[in-house]
Design a protein around this ligand. Structure first.
Ligand code: 5GP
Length: 194
């Protein structure tokens, strides 16, 4: 998605060979017009799939899941990283190891909101090691729902996330695919205008 790539080039800060900071439009302040455009793009990609719900994980995936769910005219669900006291019903859970925080936490989704009749599209901000998304994939499987695919806003192709998801038979579409980055320079997969 050219507009997203341009924004990353203009405003992204490359903190190291592996970490991209996009706080000015994606992870802290949010460019709402761009977020809505991202939702429409995921809708174009998965339009034929009769999606019933969009699933993400708090917090950075929420605005993109909402934009995508609006385009499909379906609800979205965000998995919680901590089980709140208000969440009293039965939950699906999966462990997720965070490599940035070096800790393992449980993601959970109420069993009331995903069921065997659902066709789920998972959406998230970044695909890096894939750990967070694999946790969501496991929750969809546990619920007996159909996983239609995963849509990521930014994929760092030099990390293992895509191959781990594809090994599980998951279809992955990303809107900006970064093949390499170093301070002052970011390279995208050529000829890719998803
Ligand atoms: P995972 O390693 O599980 O694929 O990524 C987990 C989460 O870490 C992503 O959803 C994203 O919020 C965050 N993350 C991973 N890599 C980056 C990065 O380069 N920049 C930013 N801003 N967040 C990242």
């Amino acid at each position: 998605m050219k507009r997203l790539e341009e924004k990353i080039r203009q405003e992204g800060k490359i903190l190291s060979d592996t970490v991209l900071k996009v706080d000015s439009f994606l992870n802290h302040q949010v460019d709402t017009a761009l977020a809505l455009e991202i939702g429409k793009q995921f809708h174009r990609i998965f339009a034929e799939q009769r999606i019933t719900k969009v699933l993400t994980i708090e917090a950075s995936g929420i605005q993109f899941a909402m934009a995508t769910a609006m385009a499909f005219e379906v609800p979205f669900i965000y998995a919680k990283k901590k089980k709140a006291v208000t969440l009293q019903e039965k939950v699906y859970t999966a462990p997720v190891h965070s490599f940035t925080k070096q800790e393992t936490y449980q993601v959970c989704v109420s069993q009331a909101y995903i069921g065997a009749n659902d066709r789920i599209l998972i959406v998230d901000d970044f695909l890096a090691t894939g750990a967070a998304l694999i946790g969501l994939v496991d929750i969809v499987k546990e619920a007996g729902a159909e996983l239609v695919g995963v849509g990521c806003v930014i994929e760092k192709c030099f990390q293992e996330g895509r191959s781990l998801l594809e090994q599980k038979g998951v279809t992955v579409h990303s809107l900006a695919k970064i093949t390499a980055m170093s301070p002052g320079e970011v390279q995208f997969m050529p000829g890719d205008d998803e």
